[in-house]
Each structure stands twice: as C-alpha cells, then as structure tokens.
Ligand binder design. Sequence first.
Ligand code: GDP
Length: 297
Amino acid sequence: QKLKDGLTRTRNNFTAKIDGILSLGRKIDDELFEELEEILILADVGVITTEKIIDNIKIKAKEQKIKEADKIKDLLAEEIYNIMDANEKPFNITSPAMILIVGVNGVGKTTTIGKLANKYKNEGKKVLLVAADTFRAAAIDQLEVWASRNNCEIIRHEEGSDPASVVFDGIKAAKARGADIILCDTAGRLHNKKNLMEELKKIYRVAQREFDNSNIETLLVLDATTGQNAVQQAKIFKEAVNVTGIILTKLDGTAKGGIVISIKSELDIPVRFIGVGEGIDDLQEFDSEKFVRALFE
Ligand code: GDP
C-alpha cells in the first residue's frame, strides 16, 4: 500500500491515462498503439524502450488474437515486468559489507544513507557511517544528524580533507568495532566532473585494498524527478566506478515513474531501492513484481 501511495502521482497520470484509452469497446488499431506510445514516452519510459515495448505488445496481441482493448493492459504489464525482472538477483549483502553511495548533489544521497542506516539497525546490524563528502561542511553535519538520529557511529574528518583517507579510517574503525555495514557518503559536484571521478576512483581503490572486494557495493542515487537526465548521470558514473545498483529517490514527487523502466532497460543495472518520501521509513527494497502490481492494480 505504501508503494502504491508513493506512486500516486504516476498512477494518476500514467496508469489512469492507460486505463482511459484501453477501456472496453475500443478497437485495437494503429491509433490505439500510437496513443499508448505517447503515454509511455510522456511518462519518461524513454523512446527506445517504449518502441521495444509497443512492438512486443503488437506481436503478442496478434499471436494471441486479442480483440478487447482492456487485455492490452495485461500485455503491457507483462512487458514491463519482463524488462524490470531481467537478470535480476536479489540484493543480499552479507556482513561485513561496505556500501558506497555515489551521485550528484541534491539527489538524496545523505537522506538515503539515513534511511538505510535505519533499515539495517532495525535488522539488528551494527552500522557505521563514513562522511567522505569532505567538500561541503554542510554534508558532513547533515550526515552527523542522521548518525545521532539512528544512534550509530560516524567517522568524519575536517572539511577539505582527503576523502580517501576518511574511507581508510572508516574501514579501520569498522573492523576494530565489529561493524556489519559501512555506509559511505561521497561528494557529488558534477560541475567538476573530472576531479570528482578521480576522487571516486581513489575512494574505490582504497576500499578494495582495505576491505573484502566481494562485499563492496557501489549504489548510484538518482532523482526520479529529473527524468532522462538521470539516465545521463548514470552513464557518466558508470564510466568511473563499478556501479552495482541504483537507488531511485523521489518517486513520490513525480508523475513520470516510467523512468524506473527506462533506467533498467537502458542501463542494465539493477534498481535496488526506491525512495517514496522524506521520512526515515520511506525507502523500499525494489521488487519488480510489486512495482508492476502497484502501478497497474
Ligand atoms: P544529497 O545532496 O544527495 O545528499 O541530497 P539530500 O539527502 O540532502 O536530499 C535532498 C532533498 O531531497 C532533501 O530535501 C530530502 O528530504 C529530499 N529527498 C530525498 N529522498 C527523497 C524521497 O524519496 N522523496 C522525497 N519527496 N524527497 C526526498
């Protein structure tokens, strides 16, 4: 239900429009498919992905000799589910693990770390935060607020210090204190792209050297309200670091939730979590089946 609520704007826009055109009695013809295509594109599903979906639906509708327009909705749900679920393994991290959170400023990195800390604490895990966005004093302070709210430890250095050395200290502290999950914040000043990417690579190298390689996740945070821009950001980050998953925030703030489909289809990086509000509980593990159901039911 919470997921459904989080998708209210998308449901009111995208889903309601689809229901509108696929109502009973409507003839299945090119005009119908054109209208459907437009709705998908307007919901940020992306042009390439939309075309793929429409083509597949046309083929299946023909094969299955579908006559009623409302049955097209089932085919659409099936197509979306197939895209979302392709090559997906569940997000299972075994302790101790390190999660690097990367992404552009303002997308919701710090908030998401707060939410993740809460989630893992509730699972009985010992969480340690690492403030490796040393570029902005405010970012360090903000993370500190989440640390005290979650009652977990934080490793921080002064503003302007070397982020990789904060990470080094963070891992050392996590080992000494027996932390299960290290959540590491990083900088996101994309206007200085080259420096930022070098910084992230260095952080990643330190993490790999000091920590068990197999247990490092790099999760890229993307803001759903930025639409196709988010896809572009992902391409930039993918070049610099091994992005293992995506966290899509602010889905509650957009009517264009189709961006989730676009991201999965065009990047082939699993979506791991979605943000559906500003509260500490407003983060959900992404489940493609639940997502499609919440969208269409
Ligand atoms: P950062 O610069 O990437 O660390 O971004 P912040 O964590 O500071 O978040 C920027 C703003 O987005 C804050 O006002 C957050 O409350 C808000 N925010 C983060 N995630 C969500 C979400 O899932 N839904 C909504 N509505 N707002 C969010």
